[in-house]
Design a protein around this ligand. Structure first.
Ligand code: GLU
Length: 473
């Protein structure tokens, strides 16, 4: 497998290729290419047994064309400066593509989170936050972290609490981090957001009959066969929502312990329960199991849609030829190297690029940040008002037609939007609008792929910000 360090080079090569098609001046192209601030820290923490451990961590702010900057914090043993720079770069493009008014950033802590106790993780997280606060590198208008691989709502609550301790009087302090638990100023629907966005993105791509026919598929997500690599937050929500709401059939799954395949379909809910109980997906009834050494075979399973939902560089020049999927849906960041992409493009595989497809997470983070700044839950002002108005409409229809509408139908027609409904609807709108724009660029420019079109979209939006604001002397 190629080195993880190649990830940043891969991102730059996608960028260089796309920048040729973007209508942006040369100087601004090089400004957008570079990472503005890279902060590396090393700090000690003391374990419960009194042992000192030195932690290596990063925060990279890629672009300040819009503020705050935004991006998750990753806890993984593979974290290094290049990886965080690559991920921060992708965040800037991702935000631009889905019209989330933030610059891109990313954080990384080089630890295996599953090897640390909760006590140690709390210390690592709080100290990381203090390092950022000390240097004025965090805050609702500066840089707003969020969850990523190896972190979740628990870590975000520690970050918020630590930030608040230093900024007692800041009324908007809750907007310093997103992905918080709902009880701590989080928003409903943030945990599922990336996976749900992946679903909306795939569903939208599958609605275009001509695009589907060009790759030998029928229109619509229903009954499409799907293989998922990674059953973490993103992989499991992508799988459950594609199955439950899209009517797709999951036929293969890969995880650290191995891979399983069943052409008749794997119920993703049952599989998640099975894995929780047995601590493995191997041996799942009815499916063929491949052990740890053979787990990479997941990329080669026959299917319509392959969803890599783990880490970067999973499809590389050695296994790209063997991919059988017609669509690769990049739920992870950077799962396909630039060399692999050239091979896949030649094979005619449709790639739904990460900078578009997994942007659901940051989109709902944006909604959470807005909620924090406005200090009010979405739906609080208008839900009942809408319900009363819709009810009056239904009553009027009943009176004028002389027919009674059933309870279920009435409930559906008269429901006002709760926070979760509005978040989902905002996310759906965002993903559809973004895909329409990218597809239109692809059509207009001819002979470019969707990733290039997505990058062109981002470069032109960021470029226009830079050009209109002028460069500070
Ligand atoms: N870590 C997620 C991503 O890669 C979410 C970032 C955010 O919500 O700020 O897009």
């Amino acid at each position: 497998m190629e080195k993880v360090d190649d990830f940043y080079q891969s991102v730059l090569s996608f960028y260089d290729n796309a920048s040729k098609h973007a209508n942006v001046s040369e100087g601004i192209i090089s400004q957008i290419r570079s990472c503005n601030s890279v902060y590396r820290m090393r700090y000690p923490i003391q374990s419960a047994k009194g042992k000192i451990k030195v932690i290596e961590a990063y925060r990279v702010q890629h672009s300040h064309h819009r503020l705050p900057t935004k991006g998750g914090i990753r806890y993984s043993n593979h974290v290094n400066q290049d990886e965080v720079m690559a991920l921060a770069t992708l965040m800037s493009f991702k935000c631009a593509i889905v019209d989330v008014p933030f610059g891109g950033a990313k954080g990384g802590v080089k630890i295996n989170p599953w090897e640390h106790s909760e006590y140690e993780l709390e210390k690592i997280t709080r100290r990381y936050t203090v390092e950022l606060v000390k240097r004025n590198m965090m805050g609702p208008s500066i840089d707003v972290p969020a969850p990523d691989y190896g972190t979740g709502a628990r870590e975000m609550a520690w970050i918020y609490d630590t930030y608040r301790a230093f900024n007692e009087k800041e009324i908007d302090a809750a907007g310093c981090v997103t992905g918080k638990p709902v009880s701590q100023g989080g928003i409903r629907g943030r945990t599922e957001a990336t996976g749900r966005g992946v679903f909306y993105g795939i569903r939208e791509a599958c609605t275009y009959k001509d695009d589907m026919e060009a790759i030998g598929l029928t229109q619509g997500i229903k009954d499409k066969t799907i293989v998922i690599q990674g059953l973490g937050n993103v992989g499991s929500f992508s799988g459950t929502i594609c199955q439950d709401e899209g009517g797709a059939k999951i036929v293969g799954v890969g995880e650290v312990e191995g891979a399983i395949y069943d052409k008749n379909g794997i119920d993703i809910h049952k599989l998640l329960k099975y894995r929780k109980k047995n601590k493995t997906i191997l041996g799942y009834p009815g499916a063929t199991s491949y052990d740890k050494e053979k787990r990479d075979i997941v990329m080669e399973f026959p299917c319509d849609i392959l969803i890599p939902a783990a880490l970067e560089n999973q499809i590389h020049k050695k296994n790209a030829k063997k991919v059988k999927a017609k669509i690769i849906a990049e739920a992870a960041n950077g799962p396909i190297t630039s060399e692999a992409e050239a091979i896949l493009n030649k094979k005619g595989v449709m790639i739904l690029p990460d900078v578009f497809l997994n942007a659901g997470g940051v989109t709902v983070s944006y909604f959470e940040w807005l909620k924090n700044l406005s200090h009010i839950r979405f739906g609080r002002m208008d839900k009942r008002f809408n319900e009363n108005t819709y009810s009056a409409f239904v009553d009027l229809i009943e009176r004028s037609t002389g027919k009674k509408i059933g309870k279920q139908e009435r409930d559906f027609l008269t429901k006002g939007g709760d926070e979760i409904d509005l978040v989902r609807s905002g996310l759906e709108e965002t993903m559809i609008t973004a895909y329409t724009a990218i597809r239109a660029i692809k059509k207009r420019k001819k002979n470019i792929d969707l990733r290039t079109a997505a990058f062109v979209n981002a470069i032109e939006k960021i470029g226009s910000d830079y050009s209109t604001m002028g460069i500070f002397p």
